[in-house]
Design a binder for this molecule. Structure first.
Ligand SMILES: [Zn+2]
Length: 225
């Protein structure tokens, strides 16, 4: 795999379709992609697309509901800093922006990049990494945040590995899968759905999955292990 991260953006055309959010100053100690209690999913009715059984859509369609590839996304409001941080939950749009622009998931600034690639922390042991590629919903990180994250949460990251990644391309989405071919949309389950899947018209996406490859395991000082 020789595709660069920059080439990825133009080749896949999955730059955000949603309005440019204001870049809020991250709250102290709260990851940029964490969701806040003031950010809610508005109650929106999901219906069959076009009145036919070809996929799902919102009853009140808006221009920014879908990405350029036609995938339907959640409409979570964007109000970082409002209410309480919900550390276990990920804000859909901020997660997606971090993936597409290779921003640090913790501070929202640029992820660390060197000629060896972009820095990612993966929840896995090096021995469990697939040799060719991995898929992940965790965006990359900058170096200071990587150090802080590993120091602050050793019990939360019993196994993690730092990677320098030269290729990161959109692979699919995490979301709620609706029953394909059903006239009245029925939720089936949470699912990972690749973009090439026939099920993609039936998923309400909430996180972007990236396929990372051409990577090297490093320690956090940047030397290959
Ligand atoms: Zn950072």
């Amino acid at each position: 795999m020789s595709t660069t991260s920059d080439a990825r953006l133009s080749a896949h055309g999955r730059t955000p379709a949603q309005p440019e959010p204001r870049h809020e100053t991250p709250a102290q100690g709260v990851p940029y992609i964490a969701r806040w209690s003031g950010e809610q999913d508005p109650s929106v009715r999901v219906v069959a697309r076009g009145g036919q059984w070809i996929g799902i859509t919102y009853a009140d369609r808006r221009a920014f509901d879908r990405d350029p590839g036609g995938v339907l996304w959640t409409r979570t409001t964007s109000r970082p800093g409002k209410g309480q941080p919900q550390y276990g939950k990920v804000h859909s749009l901020r997660q997606r922006l971090c993936m597409e622009r290779l921003l640090c998931q913790i501070c929202g600034g640029p992820a660390d990049r060197t000629p060896d690639g972009t820095l990612w922390l993966i929840d896995a042991h090096a021995r469990d990494l697939l040799p060719m590629a991995e898929i992940t919903t965790h965006p990359p990180v900058c170096l200071p945040c990587a150090h802080r994250s590993v120091r602050a949460c050793p019990h939360l990251r019993p196994e993690w590995v730092a990677l320098r990644v030269k290729s990161a391309v959109p692979y699919g989405v995490n979301g709620i899968l609706y029953q394909p071919g059903h006239r009245a949309p029925v939720k089936v389950t949470a699912a990972e759905v690749p973009f090439h899947s026939a099920r993609i018209p039936w998923v309400l996406a909430s996180q972007l999955i990236m396929r990372i490859s051409d990577f090297t395991v490093v320690n956090l000082t940047g030397h290959a292990q």
